[in-house]
Write a protein that binds this ligand. Structure first.
Ligand SMILES: O=C(O)c1cc2cc(O)c(O)cc2[nH]1
Length: 509
């Protein structure tokens, strides 16, 4: 939540509507016509039966356990106090369009690579200018004393890690009780794509602000290249493998110095606490090194992307990790790329995570490895291509009965101000101020097409051979016919000459 809203008084008021001007009684830039303080709207439709509790988790009916009033901004204004612009707009009045172009990280020049890595490193070291994180559940958020609350500052990049951790953490059911595990506000459901889209957009916008460059764009990693080589694991990009420890990053990369957050999952689960901003151990990464699971030692194939793009339905009941014929479940990677659910399969996004075999392969920790940013940028590019290819309508996104947090109108956890899944189910270039520069692979032919093309080619060849043979035979005949009279003439001519010579010879004799 915004730092400004974390005083005991504002928490108790249940309204987080900061002022944009110096006037305390001017919430949300109201006097400037930018917005006003309004009640939060929440999704009240039924969710799937996976989560059986009511009132046990702060993330239910998000964000109303904490706040029921928020800034609602007008026109192109947005943000926690309506002081920012909607994605795709910039300038003091948010009336200038801007488009960030997300490119293949391998296409960046040496200077662009350096700039991107430096920007990530800066985000890791810069305190978030707006947001602070809760380190306790709501029940324990006040104190100690009357004047404090359990919130902490955090860096821009670690905030990105923390929001992912918070969305996947388990439900604490009480001391000594096992936490409830079948809950995830950002995976295994239709919100997988919309949630991660907003997650990236937030980081991109935070970095644009930090760099004062509204056109800064996150690049992507095309992980669908097959084979077992991590092509972005070089020291000028995400870091090569260390020569000293094969599960660490080379000391020549700045990422070898990054320390991860949220690593003590078991402690949070048993104590009922929440990950804080304390940094700990290094990023671990061992691409293709999971010898116990040979199936995750290879990256997805280019054709896998094309297969999932063919699926017409965005998601299918039960809108979960066992959905079949679901584009979302295929690109997320719990089913075969062509859509068939298979419990032992890991494909596309999931396979890319598991291939990394380390920090980037564990859901609660994965964004600590900056490869996460590039991996999800490509996953989002596939989502955007699917939206474009299928001219997708919001009616394809389930309104109800998806797992908790995944219904169309649910406010994505833990983002503030509230933003629904609905708002991210739109084509990015026209609505969100960014686009992808991608060369999609060419479609491979299916077996029927291969057989048809082989037969047609064979028939054409036979026809050509036949036509050629006919021409040759015809040519010979014609040649014979043309030559015959000439020979005859010559023959007559020579015969007459011969006769004359004979006669002359005889008369001499
Ligand atoms: O086991 C999986 O399929 C799996 C691992 C993993 C890690 C991660 O960070 C994700 O975001 C998803 C995911 N799936």
């Amino acid at each position: 939540f915004p730092r400004q809203c974390m005083t005991p008084e504002i928490l108790k008021s249940r309204a987080c509507c900061p002022s944009l001007t110096q006037e305390i009684s001017d919430p949300c830039g109201f006097s400037l016509g930018r917005g006003q303080c309004m009640p939060v709207t929440i999704d009240s439709r039924p969710h799937g039966s996976q989560y059986p509790y009511v009132g046990r988790d702060d993330r239910e009916r998000w964000p109303t356990r904490f706040f029921s009033w928020t800034c609602l901004c007008t026109g192109n204004f947005s943000g926690y106090n309506c002081g920012a612009c909607k994605p795709g707009w910039t300038g003091g009045n948010c009336d200038q369009p801007v488009l960030a172009v997300r490119r293949n990280v391998l296409d960046l020049s040496a200077a662009e690579r350096l700039r991107f890595i430096s920007a990530l490193n800066m985000a890791k070291r810069t305190v978030h200018p707006v947001y602070v994180i809760a380190t306790r559940r709501y029940e324990e958020i006040m104190g100690p004393g009357d004047n404090t609350t359990q919130f902490e500052n955090i860096s821009i990049y670690n905030y990105f890690v923390w929001t992912h951790y918070y969305s996947v953490s388990k439900t604490f059911l009480g001391a000594g009780q096992k936490s409830f595990e079948a809950i995830d506000f950002s995976h295994e459901g239709p919100a997988f794509l919309t949630w991660h889209r907003y997650h990236l957009l937030q980081l991109e916008r935070d970095m644009q602000e930090m760099l004062r460059d509204p056109s800064f764009a996150l690049p992507y990693w095309n992980f669908a290249i097959g084979g077992s080589k991590c092509d972005i694991c070089s020291d000028d990009l995400m870091g090569a493998r260390s020569n000293f420890d094969s599960t660490l990053i080379s000391p020549n990369s700045v990422f070898s110095q990054w320390q991860i957050v949220c690593e003590h999952i078991d402690d949070y689960d048993t104590l009922g606490t929440i990950c804080n901003s304390t940094e700990g151990g290094p990023i671990r990464r061992n691409p293709a090194g999971n010898v116990a699971r040979p199936m995750v030692q290879r990256l997805p194939e280019p054709q896998d992307v094309l297969l999932c793009l063919e699926l017409d339905l965005f998601d299918t009941p039960p809108f979960y990790s066992n959905s079949s014929e679901s584009f979302r479940n295929s690109v997320e990677g719990y089913s075969e790329p062509s859509g068939k659910y298979n419990p032992i399969v890991r494909s596309l996004h999931n396979l890319a995570h598991l291939f990394l075999n380390g920090t980037g392969g564990q859901t609660q920790l994965s964004p600590n490895d900056p490869i996460f940013v590039l991996l999800h940028s490509f996953t989002d590019a596939v989502f955007d291509e699917w939206l474009r290819k299928h001219s997708a309508d919001i009616s394809l996104y389930p309104l109800e009965n998806a797992p908790i947090g995944h219904n169309r109108q649910y406010n994505m956890v833990p983002f503030w101000p509230p933003v629904t899944n609905n708002e991210m189910f739109v084509a990015a270039p026209e609505n969100l101020g960014y686009m992808y520069e991608v060369q999609w692979p060419k479609r491979a032919l299916n077996i029927t097409e291969v057989i048809t093309i082989t037969i047609v080619t064979a028939l054409i060849l036979i026809a050509l051979v036949f036509a050629f043979a006919t021409c040759v035979i015809q040519g010979r005949r014609n040649k014979d016919e043309w030559n015959q009279p000439l020979l005859d003439d010559q023959y007559i001519h020579y015969s007459e000459e011969y006769e004359k010579i004979q006669n002359a010879t005889h008369s001499v004799v």
